[in-house]
Design a protein around this ligand. Structure first.
Ligand code: ZN
Length: 130
């Protein structure tokens, strides 16, 4: 029972934007909706020292994650708005633009979080190794 400390799952680690190796350290300096320094990340994890920029151009791939998610989201949002909710095309796109503007930095961050979780494996003992 004493070793039953919070073992965060991969999905909660991704969505809480935690370090993929130890799942404890934060990937970003600030809260998602603080809008101060929204894109800045520490060089490495404050808990396990995992590098958050493993190689030059590493974050380029996160752009494709973002693109895939946003393309499907926009398609289903506008399609659902028109076909299910009976909105006009202009109304559906206007609402889509507002939603995308509000969640712009969240999408940016969640894409980076997903991307680094693909490449860095979870190490349950990373917290103690340092
Ligand atoms: Zn870490």
């Amino acid at each position: 029972m004493d070793k039953q400390e919070k073992n965060r799952g991969v999905l909660s680690s991704i969505f809480l934007m935690k370090c993929p190796r130890c799942r404890e350290g934060d990937l970003f300096y600030t809260h998602t909706f603080s809008y101060s320094r929204p894109t800045e990340m520490p060089d490495k994890c404050e808990i396990c020292k995992q590098s958050f920029s493993p190689e030059p151009g590493f974050w380029f791939g996160a752009m494709f994650v973002s693109y895939i998610w946003m393309a499907w989201f926009c398609l289903f949002f506008v399609g659902g708005g028109i076909l299910i909710a009976g909105m006009s095309v202009n109304g559906a796109f206007a609402l889509l633009i507002v939603i995308c503007a509000i969640f712009y930095f969240w999408i940016f961050r969640i894409s980076r979080s997903m991307w680094i979780h693909v490449y860095v494996k979870y190490d349950p003992f990373a917290k103690s190794k340092k």
